[in-house]
Design a protein around this ligand. Structure first.
Ligand SMILES: Cc1cc2nc3c(=O)[nH]c(=O)nc-3n(C[C@H](O)[C@H](O)[C@H](O)COP(=O)(O)OP(=O)(O)OC[C@H]3O[C@@H](n4cnc5c(N)ncnc54)[C@H](O)[C@@H]3O)c2cc1C
Length: 397
């Protein structure tokens, strides 16, 4: 991609990871006149972008703000997100004539293909004269005399600045690694325990019976820790999935419960009101008015309140309504990094500058994107963090 065609071994900056954040940082630095090498061990750049959003890339969310991210320091993302907003990325998208639409909840998708986003970012890199090295894994990294030296295949490249943009370990079969954490530890930075996030939850024990509902979906409010999301939940042959569950998985910890409100539009006392209005109805028929049949069967079976509503005490009905509003599941795990859309945790933000993403204790070493302990909600927030942290870093290279 270097316009001169000359592949030098010394650069102003080496960026490892040609994903969302790495391409963005490289293009910004390159267009600022920096000589940049962008290297990836995969044969093609931006592979997660290509599969994202079902192939249409949910490239940003118009509601992005620090409150949509999880981090040990919730304020860390504020600066980068404020300086590069969803509107800024949209301007770039529009500049390339890429058609898009808002699907729901501020989520913007390409009308066509995610490939358009990768092509756009590669063109931006090209305009910055960025050198691209693909298919070569980064080996040993040395740091001496203000220079980082990186073994790349048979070659050693060096630069005063090294950017780690290798993402997190979710979906290892796509080449995802924990490389960023290894580099961070090697340079004395802390790593917040990485966990799979935006991931389906698995059910076992008594709750395994719910797996018989595989394929049933309904709108719920899912709650765990400090999170609460009103979106669809889906029963699967392994447990629970769907947007509400993926969202809540980021807040869930092993051993904790997830509470599901199956009837989020019903107010307290709705079942006793039903009893007055339709005394001959049953719990099963009442639930069947609002929920898919198989789910109504399963929930009514577990509530085990037989007979007409008129035969049931108000107290029993109030207890049933309360249980339906906070049905407690105790997942026995998640489907793991193999199925996780992102990794929560990562390089601890207290060791990084929120303005430049540079390690405070190691001048010239930067971490951006998913490898950092900043994790967005489902819905385009993770790409917005990749773009924003990439720009913040690219402007400092
Ligand atoms: C199935 C799926 C769908 C998704 N959909 C969306 C969506 O629609 N919207 C959204 O906002 N987010 C989505 N995400 C999350 C989003 O893809 C990531 O948050 C985002 O790609 C992170 O950007 P990044 O640049 O930090 O890392 P990545 O895009 O993962 O890029 C990291 C790069 O580093 C390379 N790399 C890794 N290890 C090494 C190494 N040791 N040496 C050299 N190179 C290395 C990888 O090959 C990769 O190219 C999705 C994720 C998945 C898995």
């Amino acid at each position: 991609m270097n316009r001169t065609g000359h592949r030098a071994d010394t650069y102003d900056a080496i960026i490892l990871g040609a994903g969302a954040a790495g391409m963005m940082a490289a293009s910004v630095a390159g267009r600022r006149g920096r000589r940049v090498l962008l290297a990836d061990h995969a044969d093609a750049p931006g592979r997660k972008i290509l599969i994202s959003g079902g192939g249409r890339c949910n490239f940003t969310n118009m509601r992005a703000g620090p409150d949509k991210y999880l981090s040990a320091n919730p304020h860390f993302a504020r600066s980068a997100l404020a300086r590069y907003t969803p509107a800024d990325f949209l301007e770039l998208i529009d500049g390339y004539g890429i058609a898009w639409h808002e699907k729901t909840l501020g989520q913007l998708f390409c009308d066509g293909s995610a490939r358009q986003v990768v092509t756009m970012l590669l063109d931006q890199c090209d305009r910055g004269g960025v050198d691209l090295s693909l298919g070569r894994a980064a080996g040993a990294i040395d740091h001496a005399d203000g220079l980082f030296r990186v073994a790349l295949g048979g070659r050693t490249v060096s630069a005063p600045r090294l950017v780690i943009a290798t993402g997190g370990p979710s979906i290892p079969k796509m080449g995802a690694t924990g490389f960023a954490y290894d580099v961070a530890r090697r340079f004395g930075l802390k790593v917040v325990e990485p966990r799979p996030a935006l991931v389906p939850l698995t059910l076992g024990g008594d709750e395994a019976l719910f797996r018989d509902l595989s394929g049933v979906a309904t709108e719920v409010v899912a709650r765990a820790g400090k999170g609460a999301f009103r979106e669809a939940a889906l029963f699967t042959h392994r447990g629970l999935s769907g947007p509400a569950i993926l969202q809540i998985s980021s807040y869930w910890r092993h051993g904790e419960a997830v509470a599901i409100d199956f009837l989020p539009d019903r107010s307290d006392g709705w079942l006793t009101a039903e009893k007055r209005a339709r005394p001959k109805a049953t719990i099963r028929s009442t639930l069947g008015q609002a929920l898919p049949d198989r789910l109504a069967d399963a929930l009514a079976g577990r509530l085990a309140l037989t007979g007409n509503l008129a035969d049931l005490s108000d107290k029993a009905l109030a207890a049933a309504a309360a249980r339906l509003a906070a049905w407690t599941f105790r997942p026995n795990g998640t489907e793991g990094f193999a199925r996780a859309e992102v990794t929560i945790g990562g390089v601890a933000t207290d060791g990084l500058s929120q303005k430049t993403m540079e390690a405070k204790a190691v001048p010239g070493l930067h971490f951006i994107g998913e490898g950092v302990d900043v994790t967005g909600w489902l819905g385009g927030y993770n790409f917005q963090w990749a773009w924003a942290s990439g720009v913040a870093c690219g402007e400092a290279l």
